[in-house]
Design a protein around this ligand. Structure first.
Ligand code: PEP
Length: 248
């Protein structure tokens, strides 16, 4: 089944109002490649302003709380993301799993809350370096999917991002064969667990840039990219979108 390529920028804790011009340039360039879905996930503080600066663009959050409201100082509910104009949210990023102790159950609850609020979800999985080196990466990632995939969902609103932790922000990338093997295993797992495997997009993330994007995006079962550092400027991000567009 042909799935539209999906290229998503995760700005992490970067970006002030002055950076909105980069977002406008990114979305303007993306508009010239209608075969590719492009989204940006800035910090919470910029979502509303980015939606206003780039009307109609797909703008998302980088996390949400699983609860609808309440005494959770510093947290943001999925409905609040919707309220500010977001249409998607990343859940389970390794910087949340590792830095904030989020478990698979937490990630599942967040994904379910986000879907219930009407958001699309990018659910991140990925192994640490020692697991890759010990040969256990596929089992590790499939266990994360078993534990964090929502019970039921619209497959058009869920994407999986495979992000090996050791590749994030390091300049290291797995071989194309390793990426294709992992994505194929994820696709098989999704088929077993949800029956919706053909529709769900599986993104690769970890040091994607304008030079390596074409090769990574062309690997088996890779439907797009989740991009951190190279998503902060149009100059670095647009070539990745162009690489996706060239692959149709
Ligand atoms: C990420 O944080 O999701 C990511 C993939 O980062 P980078 O592209 O900088 O490795």
């Amino acid at each position: 089944m042909a799935r539209r390529k999906y290229v998503v920028g995760n700005w992490k804790m970067n970006g002030l109002v002055a950076a909105l011009g980069e977002a406008q340039a990114i979305f303007a360039a993306a508009g010239t490649h209608p075969s590719v879905d492009v989204a940006l996930c800035p910090p919470f503080t910029l979502i509303g302003a980015m939606v206003t600066a780039a009307p109609g663009a797909a703008v998302g959050g980088q996390d949400c709380h699983a609860a609808a409201s309440g005494a959770f100082t510093g947290s943001v509910a999925a409905s609040m993301l919707v309220d500010t104009g977001a249409s998607l949210v990343i859940v389970g990023h390794s910087e949340r799993r590792e830095g904030f102790g989020e478990t698979d159950a937490d990630v599942k609850a967040k994904a379910e809350a986000a879907l219930a609020a009407g958001l699309s979800v990018i659910l991140c999985v990925g192994e640490p370096r020692e697991v890759r080196e010990s040969g256990g990466a596929i089992d590790y990632v499939l266990a994360q999917i078993a534990g964090s995939l929502p019970e039921s969902f619209d497959p058009a609103r869920l994407a999986i991002a495979y992000e090996p932790i050791w590749a994030i922000g390091t300049g290291l990338v797995p071989t194309v064969v390793d990426v294709a093997d992992m994505h194929g295993a994820i696709r098989t797992k999704l088929r077993e667990q949800s029956g919706a495997a053909a529709t769900i997009r599986i993104l690769y993330g970890g040091s994607v840039n304008g030079e390596n994007a074409a090769e990574l995006l062309d690997a088996g079962d890779v439907d797009g990219a989740l991009v951190g550092g190279a998503s902060l400027t149009a100059g670095k991000f647009v070539p990745i979108v162009e690489a996706a567009a060239a692959l149709g």
